[in-house]
Every structure is written in C-alpha cells, then in structure tokens.
Design a protein around this ligand. Structure first.
Ligand code: CA
Ligand code: CA
Length: 541
C-alpha cells in the first residue's frame, strides 16, 4: 500500500568493452559480452538471500488462459524468461527471486484487500498452481515470496462479517468482537485515524486506507494467532518468505507498538523457518525504517523514485556520495540486526516507473541499474523495468497507470488493469519479444548486469568499503568475500575519467571483468580509463 490517500492530507502534515585479458563470449542470442568463462565458473555461487528479486504485479504480468488477466500459470509459462535454471545460458533475465503482489481472494484488481487468506483468487489460479510455481522456483534456485497484507482485510472477509455480527448482538464475549479496531462513538474518534460506522450499530471500525479496508486490532490475541496461522500455512507449503505490506500501519501512528508486534511475529516465523526471508514496506524516512529493521529487511525508500539517491547519482550526479551512503547504511543496519540486508529499488507498483525519468535515450537508466544491481544486498526490479516500460499516475491520478500490462508481444499479454488511462504515445514502443534477441536492448543489458553480479559474488555479499575519490564524481567500492576482492567503479558523468587505481587500494590490481554502460573502459597497469556513464568490475589481489 502506498500512504493512505485520505491520510496523506493529514500527514502532509557495452557497451561491453573488450578489455585486455578479457575474452569475448557469445551468448545464445549471439551477443557479445565481456564476462569470461573463468568468471562464469563462479556464477552458481550462492549469495544466500542477497539476490536479485523481481516484483510481479500478478494481474498485469502474463495471462495463461486468454481472459486478459495475468495469473499464476502465466508466470509458470514465462519462467524461462525470468530464470531458465542455467545461470550461464544467457537466455534468461536471471533474477534469483520473485515477489508476487497479493494472490489471495479479493474483489479488487490489486488484491491488497483480502477476503480469504486461504484461497487463491480464482482469476489468478489455484492452490495447485501456487504449489507448482513454488516447486519450479526451487528447482531453479529461486526464492518465492508472497505479499502479505495483514494491517487490514476486505470488508468481504468472513472475519469482518463475524465482527459486525458480534457488534450487532453486542456480544462482548464473541472472539470476533475485538478482531478489528473500533471505538464506541462516544466523544471524539482517536486522533488522526479514520472510522466508519458499523452498520446496524452505533460503533465505528477503523479504516485509514479505504472504507473497504477495515483494520485488524493487533491487541487481540485472536488476531495475532490468526495472522500467524496464515503465514504458517504458506511456510508449510514451501514459500521462502513474505513482503509485508503497510507494515508501519499495524498500530496507526505508533511505531513503537507496531515494531513490537513485528518482532514477536518474526520470532514466531523464524521458529518455523530459521532462514525465512522477509522484507517490509515501511514507506518513511531512515529514522523510522531503522526501527523496523530490527524485525526484517526494509525497502530503502531513500534511494527510490525520481527524487531518490539512485536517480540523483545516475543523472550525472555523484557516485562517491551514493557509495558512501550505501556504506553508512550497511554499517548502520548491520548494527541493528545481524544479517540485515540493504534492499534498494528504483520503482514499484506504488510509484511512477523508472524509465519516465531515467530514460533509455539518455543512458541514465543504465547508470541507475549499474548503481543498484552492481551493489550489495537484495535489489528489487519492478516487472517491465528491464524493458524500459513507462507508466506514471499522470493527470488521471491513477495507480493503474503504474501497473500496465507487460508487453510480451504475444498472446500472453494481459489487458491493462481497470482504470488505466496511460496514453499510447507515452508507452514503450517495443515488446519483450523485440528486446530478447537484441544485443543492444535494455533487457539484454539488465541480463548481463545480473549475470556479472552472480559471477562476482563479492558484490552482493562481501564486506563493503566505499572508495573516496577526490575531485571527481566517479565513485565506487571494494567488496571482499572469503578472501577475494573486487572493485566496482561508476562514472555517472558525461566525460571519460582517468583513475589511478593504486591510489585507491594496496591490493594488486587484477583484470577488468566487466564494462557496463554507454561507453568503454580500458585498464593498463594501474590506470583505468573509464568512459562516461559507464561502470566497471575489476578483480583485486
Ligand atoms: Ca488469465
Ligand atoms: Ca492498523
């Protein structure tokens, strides 16, 4: 969920250059790239949860049965596009985890208001489809995480029906009487929150996002048990974790109690599955996000969107600043919870799409991708970002425009979500089919970045030390894992830069392992010539 609409007002309160010693490989599409066979030997390296995730807005992704709505079987059918199970094949994007937006029964197209947590929405498929998708992901070494909105449900949920009925009977002993947050209508409503009358009573239920999204009361032990049972059900089925929607709204306006809930919840889930991977949506500044990091990884909103640090650096900004920020962030979250991971993203289903401001034509989208994919932790790519899909709320102010149909260029392409009004002229004029075989496409670029990240596991999981270059916007870091080190340097500026690498490290400068961006790079001895809007990976030691 984004910030509740009605609360907002209140709150406003190679591209791949051939370098010396670097053989050219041909991938199956016939494209050349500068990642050597030797390097690809390590491509199967297990980065644990520090992997590249891909967010799928399920209804808009891929349709299997021709009804125009994306579904689970559509994802199954497109698995080879996402990850064909062979990291070296060069034939798939190579993402290592999927986040599915909610798939449970719900009458809305986005399904963030759930009528039954134990039923897959019939438009999306069946429980057997989900089991098949889990098995397929695991066969290919991928994680599958489900979006779990528990702050609120749909009014159609039977829990809400039981709650309303308990209030109509005024049966205070009924276990559902306190299942949702409510007040008795006397005096003024709790400040800052929104309440709607429970029909047939003089009581009011809390619903900060929409009248149709009543909020569960986490003071109720029955609620805590119910949301635990939901998670357990899907953990037992084999999912790898969850993305927690609207995490800071559990207790509206009370981070302390919300965090206490999540700590208790995560302790119980980790008892079921010690390696569970969970990431929370805490759409707020660092100070608030930090509090929730004690419980789970949190998306870093500071780096996202058009005003975020990735876009700022990518638009001919300062890579030194960005890498220093990342170093500080990693040190900070490491001190909050052991194993906490940096979780960068540029865009998601609640934001305007990246290609609207980091354009393909200006190469800034490539630089943005370099900064967050050739970096630590768990980068999340929003479906279609790798094609350069555009979509923003626009004049009609609808999120549907941010969730347009994935343009496959085949019969699997679903309809746009209801309410979408994005103009044809602004849309990406290519399809996935066009980009798959094109060595110069953004898709091919993303694929190679992910491949290089896998081939150099130090980047995702190593100890991160930001480099501090003087008098230049070129910046980067050294990452060390199990005694092996790589250096990553980004030059987001327009012009070529010459960098004396011996001034940055005492380690022996090794080979140029990959060049990604608008221009080329060369390494002679310790002297790197790095083209504008270009990044490199260099082996050390
Ligand atoms: Ca369908
Ligand atoms: Ca709440």
């Amino acid at each position: 969920m984004s910030i509740p609409k009605r609360i907002t007002a209140l709150l406003l309160a190679a591209l791949f250059a051939l370098a010396a010693g670097c053989a050219v490989n041909k991938d199956k599409a016939g494209a050349e790239y500068a990642v050597t066979d030797e390097l690809l030997k390590s491509a199967g390296a297990n980065n644990g949860p520090a992997r590249v995730f891909y967010e799928i807005f399920v209804g808009s992704f891929a349709d299997s049965d021709g009804d125009g709505t994306g579904d689970l079987r559509g994802i199954i059918n497109k698995m080879d596009y996402l990850n064909d199970g062979d990291p070296d094949s060069g034939r798939s994007l190579g993402v290592e985890g999927l986040w599915l937006t909610p798939i449970f029964r719900s009458s809305s197209y986005h399904k963030y208001d759930i009528a039954d947590y134990y039923d897959i929405d019939s438009a999306f498929g069946t429980m057997d489809d989900l089991k098949e998708l889990i098995a397929l992901c695991h066969e290919r070494g991928m994680y599958l995480i489900l979006d779990l909105p528990i702050n609120h449900t749909s009014r159609m949920n039977s829990w809400f029906g039981s709650f309303v009925s308990a209030h109509r009977k005024d049966d205070t002993e009924d276990p559902y009487y306190n299942f949702y947050s409510w007040y008795d209508g006397s005096g003024s409503a709790p400040a800052g929150r929104h309440f709607v009358q429970i029909s047939g009573t003089d009581h009011y239920y809390e619903c900060n996002f929409s009248d149709d999204m009543p909020e569960l009361d986490f003071d109720s032990p029955a609620v805590r048990e119910a949301v635990y049972e939901v998670a357990k059900f899907y953990i037992d089925m084999g999912i790898d974790g969850f993305r927690f929607d609207a995490a800071k709204y559990v207790y509206f306006g009370d981070n302390k109690r919300s965090v206490e809930f999540w700590l208790e919840y995560m302790e119980k889930l980790r008892a079921l599955k010690p390696d569970i991977y969970c990431v929370g949506e805490v759409w707020d500044g660092e100070g608030v996000i930090d509090q929730y990091t004690a419980a789970f990884d949190c998306f870093d909103f500071t780096v996202s969107q058009s005003g975020g640090l990735i876009a700022a650096a990518a638009q001919k900004g300062d890579a030194n600043q960005y890498c220093s920020y990342v170093e500080g962030y990693l040190n900070k979250i490491g001190g909050i919870r052991r194993g906490a991971l940096y979780t960068p993203f540029i865009a998601n289903h609640d934001t305007d799409r990246a290609a609207g401001y980091l354009t393909v034509a200006s190469n800034t989208i490539k630089m943005g991708a370099n900064l967050y994919i050739l970096g630590p932790g768990t980068p999340f790519i929003y479906y279609g970002e790798e094609l350069g899909m555009r979509g923003s709320r626009g004049g009609s102010n609808t999120d549907a425009n941010r969730r347009l149909a994935m343009p496959w260029g085949d019969e699997r392409t679903p309809h746009d979500p209801v309410g979408a009004s994005y103009s044809d002229e602004l849309r990406l004029d290519k399809t996935a089919a066009d980009e798959l075989g094109d060595p110069d496409s953004l898709y091919t670029y993303y694929k190679r970045l992910i491949m290089a990240r896998r081939a150099n596991p130090e980047i995702a999981s190593g100890e991160y030390t930001a480099l501090r270059l003087k008098d230049t916007k070129t910046g980067g870091f050294i990452a060390t894992l199990e005694g092996r080190s790589v250096m990553v340097l980004h030059n987001p500026s327009a012009g070529s830069q010459t960098v004396d690498l011996s001034a940055l490290t005492d380690m022996k400068i090794g080979e140029l392992r990959g060049v990604f961006g608008a221009e080329e790079a060369s390494l002679e001895g310790n002297t790197l010539k790095l083209g504008g809007q270009t990044s490199v990976i260099i082996g050390l030691g």
